[in-house]
Design a protein around this ligand. Sequence first.
Ligand code: PGA
Length: 254
Amino acid sequence: MRRKPFISGNWKMFKTVDEAVETAKSLVSVVSGQNARDIMIAPPYTDLFPVYQEIKNTNVALGGQNLHFEKQGAFTGEISADMLLSCGCKYVIIGHSERRQFFGETDETVNRRISMALESGLIPVVCIGENESEREEGKTNSILDKQMKNGLKDIVVKNGQELIIAYEPVWAIGTGKTATPEIAEESHAFIRETIQGVFGEEFAQSTRIIYGGSVKPGNTAELMAMPDIDGALVGGASLEAQSFAEIVNYTEKS
Ligand code: PGA
C-alpha cells in the first residue's frame, strides 16, 4: 500500500513571532506546488496563530509541540487541545524525547495526551525511540514495544481517524548521527508489526511511521526509499525554509 509521505518540521524553542512568520512565508512560497506530500510545521505556541495566518489555505498544515491531557484547568504553563485547535492546528506532537528526558513525560502521560488529541480531533504524532545505551545493550525492540504498548493502551481510533508514529532514536536527534536507512527500516518494520498487534492489519498498513533524527536534504531520499519509512520529523534542518523545502521536495529514488 502506498502511504502519502508526511514531512514535518519541529521548530522546538526557536523563533520569535516575526522570525516564525518570516520563515513560514518563505516556506509556503517554495513548497506551494508540492501536493504529493503532506507538510506540517510545529512552531512554538506563541507563534501558532500568526503563523496560521500565513499558511491557512495553503498545503502547509500546523501542529502543536505538545498538549495537556485535561480539557482545561489550573495547569500553569500548559496548553489544551481546544487552544491548539483555535490557533489552526491539525496535528500535535506527543511524547517527544526532549519532553521525556527533560520534563518527566512518561508512557502513561503520553497515553493520556494521545487520548485527548484523538477525542478533540487533532492528529497525534507520537514519538518513540531508544537511547544510545539501550541500543548498545540490544534493547531497542523491547523499548519500542514497551513505549508502543503502554502509549497506546486502551486507545480507540475511530473510523477515519489517524495516528502517526515518529521513530526517533534519541542518539540521532540533534547529533548529526542519522540512523542508516537499514537501521531505521528495521525499527519501522518492527513498529508496524506492533501496530498490527494492537489495531489490526488494515490500520497498520495505512499508518504512517515517520523517521526523525538528523534528517537533512542530503539523506532524505535514501531514508524515504525504505518500504516502511513514510515521512520525516525534522528539527534543525526545518528551521530554514530553504533546507526544509529541499527535504519536502526530495526526489524519489526509482
Ligand atoms: P533533529 O531533531 O532533526 O535536529 O535531529 C529531530 C527531532 O527532534 O524531532
